[in-house]
Structures are given as structure tokens and as C-alpha cells.
Design a protein around this ligand. Structure first.
Ligand code: NZQ
Ligand code: ZN
Length: 386
């Protein structure tokens, strides 16, 4: 396996009723800004639980962080931060609220002229406000990682910094019961693809990482459909397993010491940036095509994936790989997400502008070998057409 240094400092408070731990998790003398999205927390009881837990704190709120959070919205929070001398942020929501709060945290103490440089120029971050979070949508892993993805004018770009890793995350599976089927599906598929991006590369004999990854994939394959089925969708154990799997899929553990891909994500971000397609639904379209176009680079791991995750053992190598890709597509279809560009009404004429955006964003050497050039990305999108 490759050399690595690993540390994940986010304290996890998992289980039903854990929102009440906010009272002790956030310093009593903090001036807290609670950030949230479009209002789901006001209708599912989460807001009341947060308010009750913070009854002895001084806190303010910033609402309206949208899915695929935008620079313009997030900069509005800076006014509140200055006005009330905010020194602690509590993000209550899904990946968008948490990612957006990470940007708010870094922008508040940014020393340069324009905080957008954090995203577009990877400008150095020397300080950020501390963040805690209450996760309401298991999907991105943002609740315990250093990543954040911010949008501005059709450009959707990531930044990463240790200083924006949440200090703690509350994971109460009961709060996910109010999710729509669409968001449940999106979450399961996003976590699945995060695992794949750190697993389906080439072997470095990272046995622990591989088997953790295979366990997460199998958990998502088993539990994901149960969260959509009428008789099991309210099962807290199902929701809990999905929630913990999604956190573990992108908290740094399975990616330490192994090669990583991320081509599916970077191509997917362009689909969201240009066409507003939900993050996970871009991934379910792009991943099968990546598996097909990059089969040679991923051959050994595709065969391992076929055998260990899907129990495919019959037939020659090419047959087993093809079956594994079909099984992946079938799983995505079971999870009610699209697997082709035609499923989202995109066609061949939409590919050129996407490639131009990849080039503009410097995404010209993607994949675990850096060999996914714009031409390979074009082949991937062409393969994903129909
Ligand atoms: O805004 P509200 O009203 O809260 O509604 C949200 C939103 O409309 C709703 N929702 C969340 N929890 C709910 C709920 N509705 C009912 N009950 C609940 N308990 O769900 C909708 C989608 O929320 P969003 O936060 O956008 O979804 P998700 O968690 O999938 O986050 C997606 C964002 O994260 C980024 C994506 O690019 C995208 O911008 N990612 C972040 C990553 C990271 N930080 O490491 C990695 C990922 O690959 C991803 O790129
Ligand atoms: Zn993702």
C-alpha cells in the first residue's frame, strides 16, 4: 500500500436523540450562527430540537443555503457574522448546507481580497471559524471531511482544507425519515460512488482499505433499496446503516494509502454546473461509462469488484467485467436514478460545451493515472449517451 498520514478529528455523535448533545458540544460562551437550507428542518422537527439543545447559548440563524450552494448566497452570511461577532457555526442540513458553511467559515477569516479565490485559485486559508453540524441527509461525507463544493455562474468547483473539517457531527438516523425518495436515492448513490472512486483503481495490496470499501458497497446495495420499499422505509436500523456507511465512505479512511480516481465526480460537476442535474444523478450516468471506457486501467480491480461485491465468478474475464457493470447499472435503476444522458434529455450536441468547461476548470488529467484527458472524457460522455 502507499504511504499515508491519517487523522480524522470530527467527533461523531450517532443515534436517536443525539441532537441534545449540541448543548455540551458547543462552548457555552460561543456566539453561534445556525445555518440551514430551504426549510425542511422547520417541518420535520429538527429546528425545534436544535433550538431546545441551544437554549443556554447565544445564537442567530442564517437560512436559505440552496442545493449546490452559491457564492452569492454564502457571502450574505458574512454580514451577520460581523454584526453579531459570530465565532461558531452550526450547519444543520445536507451536504450543501455543510459545504456552504465551510465556505462561510473560511471566508469569514480570509486574509485576501476576494474569498472566491479560495475556490477558484485555491488561495491559502490560515484560519476558519469552527464548525459543528447536524446531518440531515446521508450522502456526501461532508460532515466529517475537509471538502466543500461551491457554485458561481455555472462553475461548480471544490476546495479542501483541514481547517474547515467539522469539529463534531450529530448523526441521528431518525431525522432522515422525512427525506423524499429522490433524496434517499441520491444519498445512497453518492456514497456508493465515493467508495468506488477510492476502490476501483489499481491494486496496491491495500487489503484493509479494499475490504472496508467492499463492506460499504455491500451495505449500500443491501440497505439502499430497503429505504425505498414501503414496508422497510421507516426502519431506523436501515437508515442508521445507510447514514454510517455514507460518513465512512468519505471520511478519509478508505482512501488513505490507496490510489483515487474522482473522474466521475469531476465530469459530474460539469453536468450539474451546466444543467442543474442533482449531484448523485450525474454520477449514476457517468460511472458506468467510466467503467466501460477505462476497463483496461481498472481491469484487475473490476474483476475483484465483480467477485467480491457481486459474487460473479463464472465466465471469462471480459464477461465477468461486463456483468459487474450491468449489475452496477441495475442497482442504480433499482435506486431510481438515471444511467444515461438520454434519461435526462441530453444528447451528443451537449458534449462539446461540457468538455470546454472541463478544460476551463483544469480537469484535463483526471483518473488514478492522470490519463483521463479531455478526449477520454469525451469518450466517456459519448458512451453515456444512450
Ligand atoms: O434545503 P432543505 O430545505 O434542507 O432541503 C434539502 C434539499 O432540498 C433536502 N433535505 C435535506 N435533509 C432533509 C431534506 N428534506 C427532507 N428531510 C431531510 N431530513 O434535500 C435537498 C438536497 O440537499 P443537499 O444538501 O443539496 O444534498 P446532498 O447532501 O446530496 O449535498 C449535495 C451537495 O454536496 C456536494 C455536491 O456537489 C452538492 O453540491 N458534495 C460535497 C462533497 C464533500 N463535501 O465532500 C462530496 C460530494 O461528492 C459532493 O460533491
Ligand atoms: Zn459525491
Amino acid at each position: 500500500m502507499l504511504n499515508f498520514s491519517f487523522q480524522n478529528t470530527t467527533k461523531i455523535h450517532f443515534g436517536e436523540g443525539q441532537i441534545q448533545t449540541l448543548g455540551s458540544a458547543i462552548p457555552k460562551d460561543a456566539k453561534v450562527l445556525v445555518t440551514y437550507g430551504g426549510g425542511s428542518i422547520k417541518t420535520n422537527g429538527v429546528y425545534e430540537q436544535v433550538a431546545a439543545a441551544l437554549s443556554e447559548h447565544t445564537w442567530f440563524e442564517f437560512a436559505g443555503i440552496e442545493p449546490n450552494p452559491t457564492y452569492a448566497t454564502l457571502m450574505k452570511a458574512q454580514v451577520l457574522i460581523k454584526e453579531h461577532n459570530i465565532d461558531y457555526l452550526l450547519a444543520v442540513g445536507g451536504g450543501s448546507v455543510i459545504d456552504g458553511t465551510k465556505f462561510i467559515a473560511a471566508a469569514a477569516l480570509f486574509e485576501g481580497d476576494d474569498p472566491w479565490d479560495i475556490v477558484v485559485k485555491q488561495a491559502p486559508i490560515h484560519a476558519a471559524l469552527p464548525i459543528g453540524c447536524v446531518l440531515t441527509l446521508p450522502a456526501t461525507g461532508s460532515e466529517s471531511n475537509i471538502g466543500s463544493v461551491i457554485s458561481r455562474d455555472g462553475n461548480k468547483l471544490p476546495f479542501m482544507h483541514e481547517l474547515v473539517r467539522p469539529t463534531f457531527a450529530v448523526l441521528d438516523p431518525a431525522v432522515t425519515l422525512s427525506l423524499s425518495d429522490r433524496q434517499i436515492s441520491n444519498g445512497v448513490v453518492d456514497a456508493f460512488v465515493h467508495t468506488i472512486e477510492q476502490y476501483l483503481t489499481y491494486s496496491v495490496d491495500g487489503k484493509v482499505q479494499d475490504r472496508f470499501a467492499e463492506g460499504l458497497l455491500q451495505t449500500l446495495i443491501e440497505e439502499g433499496p430497503k429505504a425505498l420499499a414501503a414496508d422497510t422505509k421507516n426502519d431506523i436500523a436501515v437508515r442508521g446503516n445507510i447514514m454510517w456507511a455514507a460518513t465512512m465512505a468519505l471520511n478519509g479512511l478508505i482512501g488513505a494509502g490507496v490510489p483515487q480516481d474522482w473522474a466521475t465526480h469531476m465530469i459530474g460537476h460539469e453536468l450539474t454546473g451546466a444543467h442543474g442535474i442533482d449531484h448523485a444523478r450525474t454520477l449514476s450516468i457517468v460511472l458506468p461509462a467510466v467503467m466501460k471506457v477505462c476497463t483496461e486501467a481498472k481491469r484487475e480491480k473490476l474483476l475483484q469488484y465483480a467477485e467480491r461485491v457481486w459474487h460473479i465468478t463464472q465466465g471469462d474475464d471480459d464477461t465477468r467485467i461486463a456483468q459487474a457493470i450491468t449489475a452496477t447499472e441495475k442497482f442504480f435503476t433499482t435506486m431510481q436514478v438515471p444511467t444515461r444522458l438520454s434519461d435526462v434529455d441530453l444528447g451528443a450536441s451537449d458534449i462539446d460545451p461540457l468538455i470546454e468547461k472541463l478544460v476551463e476548470h483544469g480537469m484535463v488529467a483526471l483518473g488514478e493515472h492522470g490519463k483521463v484527458t479531455p478526449e477520454v472524457s469525451r469518450a466517456i460522455l459519448t458512451t453515456a449517451l444512450a
